[in-house]
Design a binder for this molecule. Sequence first.
Ligand SMILES: C[S@@+](CC[C@H](N)C(=O)[O-])C[C@H]1O[C@@H](n2cnc3c(N)ncnc32)[C@H](O)[C@@H]1O
Length: 331
Amino acid sequence: MHVTGGAGSGTTAAVPTARCDARVSGAGRTIGAVRPGAVYLVGAGPGDPKLITVRGLEVLRASDVVVYDRLAHPALLQEAPHAAERIYAGKRPGHHTLRQEQINTLLIDRARGGATVVRLKGGDPFVFGRGGEECEALRSAGVPFEVVPGVTAAIAVPAYAGIPVTHRRHGSAFAVVTGHVGGNRRGPDWSALARMPVLVVLMGLRALPETCRRLIAHGRDARTPAAVVSLGTTARQITVTGTLGTIAQRARAVALPAPTVCIVGDVARLGQTLRWFAPERHVPEGSPGPSPIWGAPRPPARLDARSDIRTRTRTPASAPAACAARWPDKV
Ligand SMILES: C[S@@+](CC[C@H](N)C(=O)[O-])C[C@H]1O[C@@H](n2cnc3c(N)ncnc32)[C@H](O)[C@@H]1O
């Protein structure tokens, strides 16, 4: 296993080798087996490449084709066999490299051709990842699949900022919501969300002022602690803390780059004492703007700098480079 540099350590971890033969029979599948002609929806974790699971790494190393998302870390692409085909299928607001139907068709076609296909998704495939839709398409097409859950940004990014999403004294339940409500989709039930002890908002940087405004309008105290964590679990992690009433303005003042996770609730305050991730830069409530620790605000990082379709075959070197542009400082 050669995923290096996780959690800012620069170390190399040892993980069991891939292409394992069937060894242990579990319910529903044979543990350790990696089948040709099947699709594996693998959670890549939120950024730090060491947060992929052992099973995820196992199937990645046995893959013939990797169809990967914008937030998958480049170090993980290097774990696929040299000859594996790497296909970029990233999406960013307003620009989809491949439409969802094209991605579904691609997965089905490659699997029917006999390939072991890994669909590598940021975080967990079933948390705002359209993994459910891809499974439906695969099931309809009769293509076997396996879901390898991942470490979701909704929990891991707060954790890397020292914020537990539940705490017996500060928050007994949490909800994960998207701050991005587009198209014809109905918006969330704001009055229900305003009553949740802890809210974790994904995809919400642009809409943060509106999200905060709505929560306050539906009864949440504007003094509720809040934090926004940018580029979580990476060497460029930044956490801005404040209150529901101040957090949007504070995030904008330091030009916080996406992706971000926003945490609203008393637990958000705990990061100030439970911070443990050394590379993190923190902009606490009360500081006028960018902390002296890191000087003037940087221009927003370009996480989605490359948008070219990568349907090229056998180009193992270039695909990680495209992804590296998205994660500017490797962990
Ligand atoms: C399309 S959703 C996918 C979530 C993913 N399936 C998961 O379980 O983490 C992408 C959102 O996850 C959050 N996110 C993912 N990685 C992140 C990171 N390293 N730091 C902060 N937020 C992150 C951001 O809110 C981003 O807009």
